[in-house]
Design a protein around this ligand. Structure first.
Ligand code: PAF
Length: 282
């Protein structure tokens, strides 16, 4: 398995693959890899001839400096984790300078309102950072397909919009959320949970699963209120938001209508670790 840190290395490899008409899959990550990432890599290998796994902790998508500093990093562990995939993948682990040049700065995007709510509201500038880094990385990797987990469902919708507005010929492939046996959505941030927080954290998914049972007999506001009350019982977990929204537009649902698909979206703090999850209601 090769690990490239320089953009020119990857660019010449990619040019070669394109010349040979090979289909390129891309799995962008920020490292601290876990089984959820492995499932993205497996899907990419199944659907493409060559696969690039990106590892880059993107500074511009963190609205909070402390969150950026504390984000788990373990490049050696990540490389070991990916070794079983052998020659089927190339790892791209660039520096910020390789990706951004001298200006580590976000561009501003208009994602047609998808960026204003939920993660966008609570993490100002986050999606400009995600859009900027992916625009740069897509230019370097030039993939035919890119694979994104549904845990970051809002990000997934924004990436689809990015590809549309930038006119990129990339197929965005959504991949289901990987969960621990107790339901907790796998996330690099889980590594930062204390033992007690980790024990309590499955409450997030359990509450979403119970909320789903209230659909469609109860109105969206009633379901959200019920979730808020449930979280008041927890001493460890702090609810940041619960939202019920149309899956396509991410607009807040005020009532449930036919021919729409709805999802419950949640963000919760366990100590200073911020966890997100979501669940389709219908
Ligand atoms: O989902 C992530 O890990 C990041 O937001 C991404 C897509 C790799 C961009 O930095």
């Amino acid at each position: 398995m090769q690990v490239f840190t320089k953009r020119h290395q990857l660019e010449s490899q990619v040019a070669n693959w394109h010349k040979n008409n090979l289909k390129i899959g891309y799995v962008p990550t920020m490292g601290a890899l876990h089984a959820g990432h492995a499932s993205l890599v497996e899907q990419a290998i199944a659907q493409c001839d060559r696969v690039v796994v990106g590892i880059f902790v993107n500074p511009t998508q963190f609205n909070n400096q402390e969150d950026l500093e504390k984000y788990p990093r373990d490049i050696e562990g990540d490389v070991d984790f990916l070794k079983p995939f052998g020659e089927s993948i190339i790892v791209f682990n660039p520096s910020a300078r390789e990706v951004y040049g001298n200006h580590v700065k976000s561009m501003h995007f208009d994602f047609a309102g998808l960026e204003d709510k939920m993660e966008g509201k609570f993490r100002p500038g986050h999606f400009d950072g995600v859009g900027t880094v992916l625009k740069h990385l897509f230019e370097i990797v030039r993939p035919d397909k890119a694979f994104f987990g549904e845990k970051d469902f809002q990000q997934l919708q924004i990436v689809k919009k990015l590809v549309e507005i930038e006119n990129l010929d990339i197929d965005i492939v959504p991949c289901p959320i990987s969960r621990a046996d107790d339901g907790l959505a796998l996330s690099s941030r889980n590594k930062r949970l204390t033992e007690q927080e980790r024990t309590e954290a499955p409450f997030i998914f359990k509450t979403l699963a119970e909320a789903k049972k209230l659909y469609p007999a109860n109105a969206p506001t009633a379901i959200k209120q019920w979730v808020e009350q449930e979280f008041e019982k927890s001493k460890i977990l702090q609810l940041e938001y619960i939202e019920i929204a149309d899956e396509d537009t991410l607009e807040t649902a005020t009532s449930f209508e036919e021919n729409h698909t709805y999802r419950a979206f949640i963000a919760v703090f366990a100590g200073d670790v911020r966890l997100i999850d979501n669940l389709r209601l219908n």
